[in-house]
Design a protein around this ligand. Sequence first.
Ligand SMILES: [Zn+2]
Length: 568
Amino acid sequence: MRWSESCIPTLKENPREAEIPSHMLMLRAGLIKKLTSGVYTFLPTGFRVLKKIERIIREEMDAAGCQELLMPILHPEEIYAESGRLKSFGPELFKLKDSRGRIFALGPTHEEVITIIARDEMRSYRDLPQTYYQILTKFRDEIRPRYGVMRAREFIMKDAYSFHADDDCLDRMYRRIEKAYRKIIERCGLEYVIVEAESGYIGGNESHEFMVLAENGEDMLLSCPCGYAVNLDKAAARVSDGRRGEALDPYEEISTPGASTIEQVSEFLGMSEKGIVKTLLYKAGERNVAVLVPGDREVNDIKLVRVFDDPDIRFLEPLEIETVTGGPVGFSGPVGLPEDVEIVADTLIRDFEGMVAGANRADTHLRGIVAGRDFEIGRFEDLVFAREGDLCPNCGKGLASSRGIEVGHIFKLGTKYSSSMNATFLDDKGKSHPFIMGCYGFGVSRMVAAAIEQNFDKDGIVWPMSIAPFQVLLLPLNTGDETVMKAALRLEEELAGAGLEVLMDDRDLSPGVKFKDADLVGVPLRITIGRKIKDGVVELFHRKTGRVDDVAVDAAAGKILEIAGIKG
Ligand SMILES: [Zn+2]
């Protein structure tokens, strides 16, 4: 492939709309072009990468025993009413009307369509198991599309669905897909972790997310060298230094004038923040609740919403706090609260022997209070954010924090869709059961961005060899020089002939411009053909390490084939 004949519209400046490196670099390296907000064209170079990822996915899905099919993008709206998802999708579902006024949705996923196929085509346990997959464009009307193809309104996904007669069979397929996903990401040359998602939350259903590690990833993770990893929103805080404070009988009142924040109380009393109990008052539904957490911890709102089953849960206003507790903001505590205020404590509070907390009176705290004696805790719940250094539930070592990009998500759906859509099969006794289902998503276009987020430097993209748009870039410096071009053409023939994908920058531009573009586009191996060609020597440059070797032009192709793992 010749650069002069290709559409690789590189940009010198960073586009203003791009907030993260992959978005910026995909625009700058001419991989994508925006049509409108959240809608992109994959230009030829970007499409080469996309196709490579697709091929790896197809090979691994086929090897896992999945069958490829192609379902429609246009979905009659009724099927979402049938499954009950019309409401849960809400405005994210793209809708359109045909000329007869019938409403259609542009497919965001295909659980409904595939469940209809199973309902009509699979009648008996003898037809099971079956696993299908497809690679196609999905639509979601993101309120705020951003990050380029990372959070777009139109994107390419691989989605797969499996149907089983029993849970064990589903589990076997689930493990096979998990293995296939590992291989896909490894073959793409990327570092990743697998995190448990919502484990055991919906009646024993299992779900895992595959996260490509990247500094600018959207998801915050905690991970351990033992292999355990968890999304920060779901991680429970576990600590080793449990027992804090000293129980006093009776507890002691202490004057803390003006000390209304945890920081001020800790300073005033000369004790660490984690020894003080923070009492937060909320309105959950119609009730007032007091939430107790260690002073050095923050409440995770996602957990709060889940624990109290109220998406509108809110803090009490200062006036409400005075009415409920009798004391001003900043001096709330669990002792002496009205009986209708439920006290819910974070699990970390379980270890507190004697607590320091507000007295529900201005400028006063209590020291040495004991749960069960001085007040009652209604229940313990996981409420706070875990953080770096908290203990791994697997091996007990400290967790490290990192960030990731979700590229895959697998679910054991159970009978969620088959029940609501009445998709059943007959067992060996002629009895009818809903199908047991799994679904398995993989973000194909998102994977291109994720690969870049993990592999770039200040000059541009650094593609892993397996998904690079080209493996070799030939860079003749002076295209007017006959010896230079002769060597370039010969190398092109040798390398392309051996099956490598070669891009030759045959543009009549200054070496500076060509080197900049080469770094930006990030082809892993580069051969520069310059002045040394007089002595039969070219330069071999490794984009990842920056290493430069002088190589005899006669040996260059062989050397490259060796590095690329292809026998000459
Ligand atoms: Zn561990």
